[in-house]
Ligand binder design. Sequence first.
Ligand code: PLP
Length: 257
Amino acid sequence: MRLALTIAGSDSGGGAGIQADLKTFSAHGVFGMSVITSVTAQNTKAVIGVEDVSPEMVYLQIKAVFEDLPPDAVKIGMVSSESIIRSVARGLDEFGPEKVVLDPVMISKSGHALLKPNAVEALKKELLPRCLVVTPNIPEAEALSGMSIKGVEDMKRAAERIMSYGCRAVVVKGGHLEGDALDVFFNGREFRELKSEKICTRNTHGTGCTFSSAVAANLALGYDLFTSVRLAKEYITVAIKNSLNIGGGVGPVHHFY
Ligand code: PLP
């Protein structure tokens, strides 16, 4: 059995965060484990509360998992503060996983800040150099690169800038731009474009979490990085196509077992 770990926040509504990650791991036939960094009280409409887990407890969860159940791949999602980011970096340094996917979560689909503004620098300095691949959407790529992104050429320049912080590959996801859903993959040597049709639905809660955990699941299964990203793009496209019209706000993507 292959094992995958998510280090992320809990979404009580079940659409994003830890819950989306574990559903994605199960759908890929991978055994999922979780380190919870924050508990969010939310549904499809809003985030009504956030409480961070203590940095020490974040570290202890990482230690407990790695000492007994070393994961084949790790996905990192919501890490809301500088002190939690430092605890995660400490855990990564101590246990040295090779395949780490970072989804630089900043804002929920309902518009709530999930990363404190002063933690962006810590994310860049402490986590990007410890990751195999980082998977920002357009607003996240803009925040990380300090550039405004209007089209595919800007996505490529932002990917180069983000690579300079020390990760080994970047996927800039273009779903927020007009036209087809075009993502740019960059590994420091070549750019590759991944295109899929744009699916018109407002039910996109959990897309970022699901895509990055699908990349981690595919890496855990032994696929190379680009194949892992390509298969994750196929998975999220189907999950958005089948997203659920439940709740009164942004409904969740749907997973298949
Ligand atoms: N992580 C947590 C805990 C969240 O609650 C959310 C959104 O609400 C996200 C991540 C980001 O979600 P998405 O995958 O929709 O970008």
